[in-house]
Design a protein around this ligand. Structure first.
Ligand code: ING
Length: 299
């Protein structure tokens, strides 16, 4: 059995006035908690450094730029990298990235030696590009983020084959399958999922149901572990779901967060479980028939 001890660091609400230094302090405390439990990797949420600003239509460029990082690590985030390296713990961190004038919803994978292993830029950008007249709540990720240009890579780290995705990506089977075809063993995913924002009066329990359903399906159908971290709780009056969890290749939720605040969950994952599924029911080479799947890519 190949055991890998994973942690997920759920972050409670980040208010607009919360500084990077205050948030990084919380991230370090969560990282220390994860380390004290014996975890080797920790997954932080999407846009972990700021409030979920795409809920607003901001038109002053200075207001928008305030939410973006131009370097990673930068002076304010380096303490997190230093703490992680000192403890020999790897991590996934989601943040708003400004790269050569283009704005992305980004995550990075940092190895246990403190070096950046890889970067992912969110591909499935949900919501609208312009504010909806009269809507009480907006979801304007298309206004602030370009579609990611890095694909869905999988990195062969010394511990495991690790891939990343961000929030809405988890709702699309293609996300997991592209990583599954690369032999991913652990998918790390951060998310900010508003529980108020709806396009129709969807019963609110479905927000959590669809979140978990997406992760469980992705994990099972691609024989991988999934570690998902929420930024949760009420930010600027807007509630977001918790439900951080670690899902096994069996599709079972092994551990999930209790609160909608800063909280660490962890699980010792047996990576060899994936091998049983890949050798049998999800032996892609033996059973998949790509010659019949063209429509998925063509349209
Ligand atoms: N958030 C949401 C998500 O995909 C959303 C967008 C909200 C989708 C409500 C469906 C319903 O979890 C982000 N950041 O993608």
């Amino acid at each position: 059995a190949r055991k890998l001890h994973l942690a997920v660091a759920q972050l409670g609400p980040v208010q607009r006035s919360d500084t990077r230094a205050q948030v990084v302090r919380r991230l370090i405390e969560l990282l220390e908690d994860a380390h004290s439990r014996g975890a080797a990797w920790v997954t932080f949420p999407e846009l972990a450094l700021t409030t979920f600003f795409p809920r607003w239509s901001l038109d002053d460029p200075a207001d928008v730029q305030a939410f973006f990082e131009t370097e990673m690590p930068g002076p304010l985030t380096r303490p997190l990298f230093d703490a992680a390296r000192e403890k020999g713990i790897g991590f996934y961190l989601g943040y708003a990235e400004l790269a050569d004038g283009t704005q992305y919803n980004t995550s990075i994978l940092v190895g246990r030696d403190g070096g950046i292993v890889g970067k992912y830029r969110k591909i499935h950008i949900p919501g609208d590009a312009q504010a909806r007249d009269g809507a009480a709540l907006q979801h304007l990720e298309k206004k602030y983020f370009a579609v990611g240009d890095l694909g869905f890579p999988v990195w062969q780290t010394p511990d495991a084959a690790i891939g990343m995705c961000i929030c809405n990506d988890r709702r699309w089977p293609e996300t997991f399958r592209v990583m599954g075809l690369q032999g991913v063993e652990v998918v790390m995913a951060g998310y900010n999922t508003p529980s108020g924002y709806v396009q129709w009066d969807e019963p609110i329990h479905l927000r959590m149901h669809h979140h978990l359903l997406s992760l469980q399906a992705g994990a099972y159908q691609n024989a991988c572990w999934v570690a998902a971290a929420a930024k949760a709780g009420v930010e600027e009056g807007n509630p977001m779901i918790g439900g951080s969890c670690i899902v096994a290749p069996t599709g079972e939720i092994m551990v999930r967060a209790f609160s909608e605040d800063d909280e660490v969950i962890n699980f010792v994952c047996d990576l060899s479980v994936s091998e049983h599924y890949r050798a049998n029911i999800f032996n892609f080479a033996a059973h998949r028939r790509p010659e019949h799947y063209g429509m998925i890519v063509e349209r």
